[in-house]
Design a protein around this ligand. Structure first.
Ligand SMILES: [Zn+2]
Length: 240
């Protein structure tokens, strides 16, 4: 049992150090992820804008052709007006001219609308492109810092992980599962020393019988309150 406790203490030391190494990376990994998502979203937005801009441009172009066609027709009708002999023919041509004039007006309105839309869209597109440049730069910098920090800690991390692997192979499964559960639930700390007769994890007093057992070191004791494994720290005297 003494052996298991020593192993659990050692495991906690390794995990605490590994946590510290991960902590060292800070929010760099998260920042990289967030920036990547933001960049993808903005790129998608601009791809949509680009399609709309192209569609509007096509609409402007087809409406311009339409205006020219209608103008030609109107000119032709106006010439024919001089040749008509009956009121009926005159009225028919006049209403045809009016109809085509309305067509020109509609097409021109549409052109104006498409142009306004494209002005807005181009402005947004440009802003987003500028924003994308900034974000890409920030992403590159953050990735650089992350890689640098990772490189600095890589060797130590690898050593710790290797040692950890060897160690957990020795620890009985039931203790490992308690360790993992408590560590997850208790902020990464599953093995703590007894300090001034209390669990140094949750600061609750440990009952005398348990304290005796902890000092005897012949069984693995857990805190009644937080479930952490308890051990007698060398520097913690039973000062009662
Ligand atoms: Zn406790």
């Amino acid at each position: 049992m003494q052996n298991v406790l020593q192993q659990l203490i050692r495991l906690q030391e390794l995990d605490t150090r590994l946590d510290a190494l991960i902590e060292k990376l800070g929010d760099l990994p998260e920042t990289v992820k967030t920036l990547e998502i933001q960049i993808r979203n903005e790129q998608e937005q601009n791809a949509i804008r680009r399609t709309s801009i192209e569609e509007n441009a096509a609409l402007i172009s087809s409406n311009s052709v339409k205006v020219e066609d209608l103008k030609t027709k109107i000119t032709k009708y106006k010439e024919q007006l001089f040749l008509v002999t009956t009121n009926r023919e005159y009225d028919a041509l006049t209403s045809e001219i009016e109809f085509n004039e309305q067509g020109i007006k509609d097409a021109e309105d549409q052109i104006l609308q498409s142009e306004e839309e494209n002005n807005r869209m181009n402005e947004a597109f440009g802003k987003t492109e500028k924003n994308l440049e900034d974000m890409a730069q920030r992403l590159e910098e953050t990735r650089g810092s992350l890689a640098e920090t990772q490189k600095a800690t890589e060797e130590e991390k690898q050593q710790l992980e290797d040692t950890r692997k060897t160690l957990i192979a020795l620890i009985p499964r039931n203790f490992m599962s308690v360790y993992q559960r408590v560590r997850k639930a208790r902020n990464g700390l599953a093995v703590v020393p007894l300090m001034r007769d209390a669990c140094s994890g949750c600061h609750n007093r440990v009952i005398p019988q348990k304290r005796v057992d902890i000092y005897k070191k012949n069984q693995v004791i857990t805190c009644d309150y937080c479930g952490r494994f308890l051990f007698a720290a060398d520097d913690s005297e039973e000062d009662e």
